[in-house]
Design a protein around this ligand. Structure first.
Ligand code: SAM
Length: 294
């Protein structure tokens, strides 16, 4: 998989992708990241990338021509068919220039994303879908944003990393790259580990590990993760839960599920609406709600 980041501050990314899993994914050749300096696609002496907004008002706007040239250099042409695509749909109208026309390439293609506070929320579900794509092109806005025609002509989706305004799309791009990359097959040591994290997929079938040992974890099914503990068993007068130390996988699994439900109910009750919940989960939640109300 490859990420292409178009930015006026390529140096911003120095260091960000040089640690841990993200670095390993690159050195192992599972993922590549290209940084593209928008100013390299200007033709004037001042390397101008911005201009005043039509209609007046505050700030400056990133001009369309350098962005269009930067995209063209990546083999991305203006869209011909439908405009914005559903992020849960892995097909798009861009193809990779020069790429072999195998069925897989046609299916996976490239997605062009505009980072924007006005975008749809970037969630783990969107990250999971984008992890199936061959190439993700990220456009980082600055100032008041990007000339809207770039969005209309080239972008498959606008993504926001949260309900706040950043000064540029670079931090958002780094977040998006990190979250997607760790879901690319082979990047995390254990293939299934993405399922057992906050917002992970449901796991009705995953009840034993590869050795047939009962799993002590549930696929999150859209819930938050459970709390984690490690040695020492006692710290600052607080003991790690005994249930985690008795080796009974089914007990541990039950405790962890309850904790997932408890955390989600406390911190993100909105997630419960779309979570995959069993009848037992619902019973436990009901008991927790009553407990809270008393
Ligand atoms: N005028 C814009 C608005 O009110 O929505 C804010 C522009 S912001 C100062 C500059 C750039 O930062 C945006 O073009 C976008 O690329 C990036 N940005 C800001 N907030 C973001 C967010 N929550 N998610 C993703 N990108 C964001």
């Amino acid at each position: 998989m490859r990420f292409e980041i178009i930015t006026i501050f390529p140096a911003f990314f120095a260091g960000i992708f040089e640690h841990g899993i993200v670095r390993r994914a690159q050195t192992e050749g599972l993922v590549g990241i290209g940084l593209h300096d928008l100013r390299a696609f200007t033709h004037d002496r001042h390397r101008t990338v911005d201009d005043r907004p039509f209609g007046g008002g505050e700030g400056m706007v990133l001009k369309p021509e350098p962005l269009a040239r930067a995209l063209k250099s990546l083999g991305i042409e203006a869209k011909t068919g439908e405009h914005e695509c559903d992020p849960t749909h892995a097909v798009n109208s861009h193809s990779m220039e020069g790429a072999p026309a195998s069925e897989a390439d046609r299916r996976l293609g490239a997605r062009v994303i505009l980072l924007s506070a006005q975008g749809r929320p970037f969630t783990q579900a969107v990250a999971r879908e984008l992890a199936k794509v061959e190439r993700v092109v990220l456009i980082c806005g600055r100032y008041e944003g990007v000339d809207e025609r770039i969005n209309e002509l080239y972008c498959d989706m606008e993504l926001s990393i949260g309900d706040y305004v950043l000064s540029g799309g670079e931090l958002a791009a780094a977040v998006v790259v990190d979250a997607i990359m760790r879901l690319v097959p082979g990047v995390l040591g254990n293939e299934a580990s993405g399922e057992f994290e906050s917002f992970g997929a449901a796991d009705a079938e995953i009840s034993t590990d590869e050795q047939g040992v009962p799993r002590s974890q549930h696929g999150a099914g859209g819930l938050l993760d459970y709390p984690h503990y490690t040695r020492p068993a006692e710290f600052a007068g607080l003991r790690a839960p005994d249930v985690l130390m008795n080796g009974d996988h089914l007990q541990i699994r039950k405790w962890r599920r309850e904790q997932q439900l408890r955390k989600t109910l406390k911190n993100r009750p909105d997630l419960l609406e779309n979570a995959s919940l069993s009848a037992e989960d619902r019973r436990v939640l009901e008991a927790m709600r009553k407990e809270g109300a008393e």
